[in-house]
Design a protein around this ligand. Structure first.
Ligand code: G3P
Length: 219
């Protein structure tokens, strides 16, 4: 499974990418608002760090507007992927841009039927929002299972990008369910490395090493 960072923080992207090269990045208006920086400038910086798909989100509600915005974003770098919402207008924009060679990430997918339509429109990435389904009392990860089955049944090439990930459990579950990609906040990414027993194990080895040095000095 590919791992993307879901952030517009260039600093966090640099830190994560130095550990294990990231497979990609997703951004959205909320994330760029958090950083308070220029969107295009930030996207340009990200393309210099990460060698993989970098999603930039359109804000128009009509297909024409989305295509116009998408074409501008696409000029930034060949790795830019255009995010459009899962709406009829979004799917029109998806078809138009896909035809002209621009890759699309269909965002705000909350049902298997929406995922089916996005694949039929030729989306490159399909983004189900797990955490937000959990927020309303549904089981977000179930959607990944359904999408995997539907995409495999019909040989759709769209990649399942599990989004709105809130925990390390989410990451494990979507990996087991066969998501192609998980995009996650930096905080969740950092937690993936951690285990209490790893820390305890390191501490014990260091303590024992120190004891050995003391014992050897005594001899
Ligand atoms: O990738 C989508 C993500 O940014 C939304 O996450 O936590 O706002 O539902 P969240």
């Amino acid at each position: 499974m590919k791992i993307f960072l879901d952030t517009a923080s260039v600093e966090d992207i640099k830190i994560a990418n130095d550990i294990i090269p990231l497979d990609g990045v997703t951004t959205n208006p909320t994330l760029i608002l958090k950083e308070g920086k220029d969107y295009v400038k930030t996207l340009k910086e990200i393309t210099k760090i990460v060698n993989g798909p970098i999603s930039a989100e359109t804000i128009s509600l009509d297909a024409e507007g989305m295509v116009k915005e998408g074409k501008e974003f696409a000029k930034i770098h060949k790795n830019i992927v255009i995010k459009v919402p899962m709406t009829p207008e979004g799917m029109k924009a998806c078809r138009i841009m896909t035809k002209s060679g621009i890759r699309i990430n269909t965002t705000l997918i909350f049902s298997a039927n929406q995922a089916l339509l996005a694949a039929k429109a030729g989306t490159y990435l399909a983004s189900p929002f797990l955490g937000r389904l959990d927020d309303i009392g549904e089981k977000g990860t179930e959607l990944i299972k359904e999408m995997r089955q539907i995409y495999d049944n019909y040989g759709f090439k769209s990649q399942i990008l599990a989004a709105s990930i809130r925990s390390t459990d989410h990451v494990k579950e979507v990996a087991m369910m066969g998501a192609d990609i998980a995009t996650m906040p930096f905080k969740v990414y950092e937690q993936l490395f951690k285990h209490k027993l790893t820390d305890e194990g390191i501490k014990q080895f260091l303590d024992d090493w120190a004891k050995l040095q003391k014992d050897l000095k005594k001899k």
